[in-house]
Design a protein around this ligand. Structure first.
Ligand code: GAP
Length: 446
């Protein structure tokens, strides 16, 4: 199940509004009225996205000796998608309202005989709608030159399996990971970036012997759950397991990790046992032998695959919903009530700006720039010089900056700065010489 709708749309509206106001995520091509299902990541959003991709890559590739990376093309040989089954079977059943022209996915309609938009009962019969996005490669725009934008980033992993195995000398069991764009002509893109037509996937295909593959399935389930709770800080009541009701004929197991979005539980990641299906299909369609030769037993066989597949955009949306908070902050003016402040409590490691550098007065701009220069090769920093200091703290809170370094009139004399913690709002005096050690510890726990 992709999404089950429930409540708190108020939080969703606040997140969407903050994303636009502060330059995280906004509609693609807004000056032309937007383009449904396509989203741009602005300055802070693109930093957050890169940090999330890097965190996943570090978790899945860089810290493991038995998982290697790939960066393949988005368009690959059209037979790929014939072999994978996407050309013939990758679709939704949909119908249109003849009166108001609204299009629906039949599986998402509460009452499949009535248009939920205008109430009309005059609907077209349900029909199959293929989600693959097409283009043409070459000078002639005809059937023969049709190619597809990939609908999932994992297929090129199967195509390159032999090349990668030989180049890296990996023996089973081992994995191949890729982060990249996928495209689906979704009938009803909605819930902000949750269901988009262009999105980024982070996928890992783990190749192993069939015997023991269910143990690997359990292993990856555990690894991925730990990643969400320990690395992203999601709580046990924000995520849940959702086993698939129906399994593909070749699969031995499949489960989703769902996140409690403001609009309800929605799929974040799928962990799938894919059997030998993909390698088998590509072997048949390409005529190339995709078998693995076990160097110890001399046995030849098609490896079984356990996949972990997560949407980067959905991860970011979950991170934003988890991080959004409104709390009380002491007002900057005497005798006034405390302010309500908006704060994004990102884990420091993925915050788009990890350290804000703020001079207390314009006269200290040069000194603050000097301090920023000392640390900007280690962290994502921003020199924030516009507006009074209270407003600048609020702005940094809203973009989720975990630490603000304030340069004041004492800095010149004592060689120290004040560091303000986003969450506790506590302030600490730290020597500039100790800044890296202090921030490394706070951000990375080193
Ligand atoms: N290779 C397996 C695969 O693609 P999927 O369940 O179709 O499986 C995996 O997609 C993940 O990709 C989903 O859990 C979701 O996070 C993300 N995803 C799928 N369709 C998406 C869409 N239209 N917009 C944003 N993310 C999407």
């Amino acid at each position: 199940m992709d999404v089950q709708e429930t409540s708190d749309m108020n939080l969703m509206e606040k997140v969407v509004s903050l994303c636009k106001r502060r330059g995280f995520v906004f509609q693609s091509s807004e000056i032309y009225g937007g383009f449904n299902g396509f989203w741009d990541y602005g300055p802070y959003g693109s930093m957050l996205k890169k940090a999330v991709e890097q965190l996943w890559w570090n978790e899945m590739v860089e810290t493991r000796n038995n998982v290697v990376g790939l960066d393949s093309t988005i368009i690959c040989h059209p037979r790929t998608w014939k072999a994978s089954g996407h050309v013939d079977r990758f679709g939704d059943i949909m119908c249109d309202c003849k009166k108001c022209k609204t299009r629906f996915r039949v599986d998402q309609m509460e009452d499949p005989t009535t248009c939920s938009n205008c109430g009309s009962k005059d609907l077209t019969p349900p029909r199959e709608f293929n989600l693959m996005m097409k283009t043409y490669v070459g000078p002639v725009f005809d059937e023969e030159h049709i190619a597809y934008l990939r609908a999932e980033s994992c297929q090129p992993i199967f195509l390159d399996f032999n090349l990668i195995r030989i180049a890296t000398r990996q023996q089973l069991p081992f994995g191949i990971a890729q982060v990249g764009k996928a495209f689906r002509n979704e009938i009803t893109p909605r819930m902000f970036t949750f269901r988009s037509r262009e999105f980024t996937q982070m996928e890992m295909e783990f190749f192993c012997e069939d015997e023991g593959s269910l143990d690997w399935f359990e292993y990856w389930k555990e690894q991925r759950w730990k990643y969400y709770t320990e690395k992203l800080g999601f709580t046990e009541d924000e995520i849940q397991w959702a086993p698939h009701d129906k399994l593909a004929h070749y699969a031995k197991a499949a489960v989703d990790i769902e996140f409690k979005f403001p609009f309800g539980w929605g799929e974040l990641e799928g962990i799938h046992h894919r059997g030998t299906w993909d390698l088998q299909q590509h072997q048949e369609f390409s005529g190339q032998n995709m078998e693995y030769l076990d160097p110890v037993t001399g046995k030849r066989f098609l490896p079984t695959v356990v996949e972990t597949s997560v949407g980067c955009d959905r991860t970011i949306l979950a991170i934003l919903c988890h991080a959004y908070a409104e709390d009380k902050a002491p007002t900057q003016k005497e005798g006034m009530e405390d302010d309500i402040r908006i704060v994004l409590r990102f884990p420091p490691r993925i915050a788009p700006i990890q350290v804000g550098v703020l001079p207390l007065s314009k006269k200290l701009n040069d000194k603050a720039a000097e301090v920023q220069k000392k640390i900007q090769q280690f962290y994502r920093t921003e020199l924030d010089v516009t507006g009074n200091i209270g407003k600048r703290y609020r702005r940094q809170d809203e973009i989720g900056t975990p630490f603000c370094v304030t340069v004041d009139f004492d800095t010149e004399n004592d060689g120290a700065v004040t560091i303000r913690d986003r969450d506790t709002m506590a302030q600490e005096r730290v020597a500039i010489d100790q800044l890296k050690q202090y921030l490394d510890n706070k951000i990375y726990g080193w």
